[in-house]
Design a protein around this ligand. Structure first.
Ligand SMILES: Nc1ncnc2c1ncn2[C@@H]1O[C@H](COP(=O)(O)OP(=O)(O)OP(=O)(O)O)[C@@H](O)[C@H]1O
Ligand SMILES: [Mg+2]
Length: 272
């Protein structure tokens, strides 16, 4: 497999009743890239992530991941093979602590049984130690060591979003799909998020980012793909997209979105 076709989406289509939610959508992501998927509300962005993770089945088209056809495979298979996602709405276990939420994200099969755990056997202690190290790694990555024992429901909103990313990266995915991670964050929090996404990429994770916050998008993206009414409207670098007349028209019509005049990654880094 060349890095050119790490993730390749070809003519992906899904129909809901009479609605073509995604129509002949094509996208390629190279290994190590951060590609943003943007577009007005209802454009089909979350649906693309659902299709990539097996949460929705396409009516047509094909998804290849690391040279293998994964179209229509079940979510558990896709997750086990290195594609993880976050959700547009928080999907935390609110009664559990930060550490326990991340532990759940590890999905490590507990090989030692109840009997062993009751008697605190060596095997059980070893497994527990391995889990603790893995949880520590994630807490360091998302900068949440101090909140390890805080119940998820008591976290500030921005930290709940960060924890969602922590759960998704716990199993060390190679491809991470983020669905509006900056939604509801204040400018400080979204600058921190920008820095976190850049660190994840440095750690070797390839990222597809769905996001409305253009500071975050412009701060991290190698390329941007624009979706409108289920179809690809444009693709290019930040500067290309922010001056593309068709893109601006789509967004002006939508009214939900304003393309900032000048944002660049340096600006975002300084804020972080
Ligand atoms: N399971 C479903 N059944 C029927 N229609 C659906 C389903 N999932 C999505 N849709 C429709 O598909 C279209 C695309 O929705 P989607 O959630 O992918 O948009 P989006 O780009 O993520 O929007 P937003 O920015 O608001 O999150 C919408 O018209 C939505 O109502
Ligand atoms: Mg969405």
């Amino acid at each position: 497999m060349s890095s050119e076709n790490y993730l390749q989406v070809t003519d992906l289509t899904v129909k809901y009743g009479g609605l073509l939610a995604v129509n002949k959508f094509c996208m390629t992501v190279k290994q190590g890239e951060i590609v943003s998927l943007i577009g007005p509300n209802g454009a089909g962005k979350t649906t693309v992530l659902n299709l990539l993770t097996g949460f929705a089945r396409p009516s047509g088209g094909r998804i290849d991941f690391r040279g293998r056809d994964v179209t229509g495979l079940p979510p558990a298979w896709i997750a086990a093979n290195g594609i993880r996602r976050t959700f547009q709405q928080n999907s935390l276990m609110f009664d559990l602590t930060v550490g326990e939420n991340i532990r759940a994200g590890l999905h490590t099969r507990v090989s030692t049984g109840l009997f062993a755990s009751l008697f605190n056997s060596a095997a059980f202690r070893e497994e527990d130690r391995t889990m603790r190290i893995a949880v520590d790694r994630v807490l360091d990555a998302v900068g949440m060591q101090a909140q390890r024992d805080v119940a998820a429901r008591n976290l500030p909103f921005g930290d709940q979003r960060k924890l969602g990313i922590g759960i998704a990266i716990a199993a060390q995915p190679s491809l991470l799909l983020l669905d509006e991670p900056a939604a509801g964050l204040n400018p400080d929090e979204s600058a921190q998020l920008t820095a976190l996404i850049c660190r994840l990429r440095q750690d070797g994770i390839t990222i597809v980012l769905v996001e409305h916050d253009m500071r975050v998008v412009m701060g991290v993206s190698d390329r941007i793909v624009v979706l409108s009414r289920g179809e690809k409207l444009a693709e290019g670098t930040g500067p290309e997209i922010s001056t593309n007349a068709e893109v601006l028209r789509a967004y002006l019509g939508d009214g939900s979105w304003a393309m900032p005049a000048t944002v660049d990654s340096e600006h975002n880094q300084q804020e972080g």
